[in-house]
Design a binder for this molecule. Sequence first.
Ligand code: PHE
Length: 362
Amino acid sequence: MTPSDLTELESSLLAEIAAADSLEKLEAVRVSVLGRKGKITEQMKGLSSLEPSARKTLGQILNQIKDRLTKAIKTQQISLEATELKNRISGETSDVTLPPRPRKIGHIHPISQVMEECVEIFGEMGFLVAEGPDIEDDFHNFTALNIPPEHPARQMHDTFYLPENDEGSRLVLRTHTSPVQIRTMENNSPPIRIIAPGRTYRSDSDATHTPMFHQVEALVIDETTHMGHLKGCIIDFCRAFFGIPDLPVRFRPSHFPFTEPSMEVDIGCIRADGELKIGNFGEGADNWLEIMGSGMVHPKVLEYGGIDSNKYQGFAFGMGIDRLAMLKYGIPDLRTFFDTDLRWLSHYGFVPLGVPSMIRGL
Ligand code: PHE
């Protein structure tokens, strides 16, 4: 074919494309032009039998023609699609009596819910929320909390260590929220009244332990705060959290390097038929469940935090909130919290505020 033959072929093909008045017809034209046996494809194949110079000229022309035809097909396709859509829409009617499709809404994870509840209760008592990093240095996680290098508490905490850095020290995933006590003291002067909810990490995994879990820490420091305040604050919190006004709360002597004296806090419960219920079950029911550690802040810890321990004193406590969530909402296995299973979440999760629901109302 000569260049002018090709020009003629192009115009006739362009006319065919323009004449295709449906997507099916256009597809048929496309195959007949650019398909494996299409007219342009055949011409391309024919090039190999030509002399190099003719092959070059005709090849170039053919490529340009092919580009223009491809574009023309695309343009025609877009315009046919628009027409078809317009026709379809104008033929449709909407049935305004149909009920709306249910809107999918997310659920609040029980951990987030419980954290919010803690923030709300302590917020009413005048606490502010403080935060600290999940990746801590040895000083804030241990040393400043009066846990020196060889202290057995370091082993007890089953710490996750990061690889050694250039200065030869190793950062850790914080094993408790207590380092936020130190960070708060470093950056604020008393009076201090904070809670610190957050993630914590220990190398531990079974039905009641996950390597990542959550705690809420509380710290109060001023000139006059004493054990009576500690007890009152914790008792009020426990009763408000579980919604049980006469919930028994017991303080048992214990030991933490960062508090002196230290107490573990137990709440009343009953174990029956393999079930654990929180509440007041009368005199005889001597069943207790430990839920937090607490104590008066150790003077050394105040000093590490840059606070004068002759002038100031206070209390601190820390609790695991995953377990609080399990207890309050009857969730049997801790590990399921972190399986990211949507079915689990829609069962145990909470409907966000502001979304109308059968359970909660508006
Ligand atoms: N950090 C302690 C723990 O993780 C809890 C605690 C906090 C105890 C504050 C006393 C005071 O077990």
